[in-house]
Design a protein around this ligand. Structure first.
Ligand SMILES: [Zn+2]
Ligand SMILES: [Zn+2]
Length: 351
């Protein structure tokens, strides 16, 4: 009988996600199987700085009849098709196992730039800093609202992620209740803080800096890495080196550093398959009305679905839906590929 030593780069294993307290199945040997699916090349990209049909471009009319101002950098407005409304009445139903509770909220859209054809990776650093400052002011304003318990800031990019408009923009959904994923991360971070007297992500980033193999890019204030427990093939987490409950206390240097790490990360994504990489990006911050926040270490997740080309994506189906998340390419391999890419955007390179 042959003695076999566990080698995480070759053998199936499970990895623990301490933020969500759940497990991910990693099957690196599966990346060796031949790919028989179709590989398509994406259609050529049309570039126009202004689109008369776009409801986010400056001066254009939105559905509902309101006109956008002739904005010069960013523009925030209440979503015309909000998933939540401010004036939903309080109420709950309780009928045995059938329970419900009303939910109030505020949904906003943030245009990142007046330019229809730019992306976060292609915007100039001062313009990305402006987006960071809008995130700060929106978080501050909405968190202070008496009805709001949590402010979720996010961006869906690309048709694959359900984004209906290529104009660079993000969203905010501010809700009365603290949503499920944030509640779980609150509980895991609190338990770690109570047991160790430091933040979970502070300890995690220190361990990742020592290991170095999953870091994509780091500057003085932020570390971008593929988490040890990542589920999406090229998932990235951006973690500030300084633990803070939310982004309202960022220094000017930290705002600039956040713009820098965002630009370099998104540019690497776009360069990976020479396409505008679809993703969902979102910030996790302490709930708005929470008094005890010492355990909170705000951070940013990016979940992109692409696996091996501009059109071949990872599906969360079968085993993932029935049992637990699973991945083939290891987080170390994904980080190495992203790390080795240029952080000059491919659309800039051809100009
Ligand atoms: Zn537009
Ligand atoms: Zn999180």
């Amino acid at each position: 009988m042959r003695c076999r030593v566990f080698e995480p780069n070759d053998h199936s294993h499970r990895r623990h996600n301490p933020l969500l307290d759940e497990w991910v199945l990693v099957s690196p040997h599966r990346t060796k199987r031949p790919w028989q699916g179709q590989v398509e090349t994406p259609p050529p990209e049309l570039r126009q700085p202004y689109d008369a049909e776009c409801y986010l471009c400056p001066g254009n009319m939105r559905v509902g009849g309101l006109h956008n101002p002739d904005y010069a950098d960013t523009f925030v407005f209440d979503n015309d098709f909000a998933a939540l409304q401010r004036d939903t009445p309080d109420g709950e139903t309780n009928d045995g196992l059938l329970r419900s509770a009303s939910e109030r909220g505020i949904c906003r859209v943030i245009c990142f730039s007046p330019r229809h054809d730019l992306t976060l990776g292609e915007m100039a650093l001062p313009d990305i800093e402006r987006v960071v400052q809008v995130w700060q002011s929106q978080f501050r304003e909405l968190s202070a609202h008496p009805d709001i318990g949590y402010v979720q800031i996010f961006e869906n990019r690309g048709a694959m992620m359900g984004s209906s408009n290529p104009h660079p923009h993000g969203q905010i959904w501010a809700t009365a209740h603290v949503p499920t994923v944030v509640q779980r991360e609150d509980a895991t971070q609190r338990a770690y803080w109570d047991a160790h007297g430091q933040t979970l992500l502070g300890a995690y980033v220190a361990q990742e800096i020592d290991a170095a193999e999953r870091i994509v890019y780091a500057n003085e204030h932020f570390v971008a890495l593929v988490p040890y427990w990542a589920t999406w093939p090229f998932e990235v987490m951006i973690v500030p080196r300084r633990a803070q409950p939310d982004i309202t206390t960022l220094t000017v240097a930290e705002q600039q550093a956040l713009a820098d790490v965002l630009k370099r990360t998104v540019t690497r994504y776009d360069n990976l398959f020479q396409t505008l990489f679809p993703y969902s990006l979102g910030l996790h911050q302490a709930p708005s009305k929470q008094r005890e926040t010492a355990h909170w270490h705000w951070h940013l997740h990016i979940y992109p679905p692409l696996l091996r080309s501009a059109t071949v994506r990872k599906f969360m189906v079968g085993y993932e839906l029935m049992a637990e998340a699973q991945r083939d390419i290891t987080p170390e391999q994904a980080a190495q590929r992203l790390r080795e890419l240029s952080d000059v955007h491919y659309r800039e390179q051809v100009r």
